[in-house]
Write a protein that binds this ligand. Structure first.
Ligand SMILES: Nc1nc2c(ncn2[C@@H]2O[C@H](COP(=O)(O)OP(=O)(O)OP(=O)(O)O)[C@@H](O)[C@H]2O)c(=O)[nH]1
Ligand SMILES: [Mg+2]
Length: 191
């Protein structure tokens, strides 16, 4: 798939009509700083569309970007940043769980992004368990693969794969533009 146009529509912090306008949603979730916004930026022809934040955890919003006038990329706030007060963490987790469990959004693909070197953290596992139990379509993207040597990459990938019961893990590097074509190929099928 080629992404020709991408436009910021709005940020929401709870239920909103945009969730139910029938357009497919590709939702990017993951720990703070794993590269969600960078990855979105790497896919679209608009420079710095999704903010790559310098102050992680400040925004408790789901940001909607309209892609090719057809479907949405949804950028979720990152979780797990140590300096964020527990109250904000709590709000964040509630937003993610609400979206996954109760929002009733049907046409969507969750892209869970992790750091290949770090692997699955406890909260990544919580999300993954929900995705698998509820049979929600997802892709696991292991970003920042540039930080590991080849043999370390393979070892980490196998370790992560062993924790999944369905769904696939895609090694990725925004920095090296690695995995991009594979991801765009998969997105062609879902939109
Ligand atoms: N080495 C390396 N660094 C990356 C890669 N992708 C993103 N980064 C860096 O990781 C940092 C965080 O990237 P963001 O895109 O802001 O991460 P985020 O997940 O959107 O963060 P929050 O919005 O705070 O949750 C930035 O300094 C990026 O340049 C990658 O593939 N390799
Ligand atoms: Mg971000």
């Amino acid at each position: 798939m080629k992404i020709n146009t991408a436009r910021y529509i709005k940020g929401i912090s709870g239920t909103d009509e945009i969730l139910y306008d029938g357009k497919f949603q590709v939702a990017f979730m993951g720990r703070s700083n794993v590269g969600k916004s960078s990855l979105i930026n790497s896919l679209v022809p608009v420079r710095n569309l999704a903010r790559t934040s310098r102050s992680p955890g400040k925004t408790i919003r789901m940001d909607f970007f309209l892609i090719n006038y057809k479907f949405y990329f949804v950028d979720f706030p990152g979780y797990g940043f140590a300096k964020v007060p527990e109250k904000i963490h709590d709000k964040l987790r509630k937003m993610i769980l609400w979206y996954l469990l109760y929002s009733q959004v049907k046409n969507r693909l969750i892209i869970l992004i992790i750091d290949l070197k770090v692997g699955l953290t406890a909260y990544d596992k919580t999300i993954l368990d929900i995705l698998e139990e509820r049979h929600i379509d997802y892709l696991l993207i292991a970003n920042k693969s540039d930080k590991l040597k080849k043999h370390e990459k393979d070892k980490q990938l196998r370790e992560i794969e062993s924790q999944l019961s369905f769904g696939e893990v895609i090694p990725y590097s925004v920095k090296e533009n690695y995995g991009r074509n594979r991801l765009l190929g998969i997105l062609t099928e879902v939109e």
